[in-house]
Design a protein around this ligand. Structure first.
Ligand code: ZN
Length: 92
């Protein structure tokens, strides 16, 4: 496992982080963070990469059924683009 990915996984065991926070912390692009997260999700066993879903800041809609890891761009209910991003954490 690449060291960077391991470091990201270790951070996610300590804190819940959004894509942007991980990207800033490790100075990599959000697209790369997503790639690492997808691998971490598969390799975290017996722990689990959990995602606190994204939420619309305007109407409070929660993007519960979303399987993709990336941040949705707009709310399907009120069409607002002000979305608080999903947060990730590795849990036992
Ligand atoms: Zn909304």
């Amino acid at each position: 496992m690449p060291t960077l990915r391991k470091e990201i996984a270790e951070s996610l065991e300590q804190n819940s982080l959004s894509l942007r926070e991980i990207s800033q912390l490790f100075r990599i692009r959000e697209r790369e963070v997503l790639d690492h997260l997808q691998h971490i999700a598969k390799s975290a066993h017996p722990k689990k990469l959990s995602m606190e879903p994204a939420q619309c800041k305007r109407c409070g809609f929660i993007f519960k059924k979303r399987d993709r890891l990336s941040t949705p761009s707009r709310c399907p209910i009120c069409k607002s683009e002000s979305i608080s991003p999903p947060r990730y954490q590795i849990i036992d």
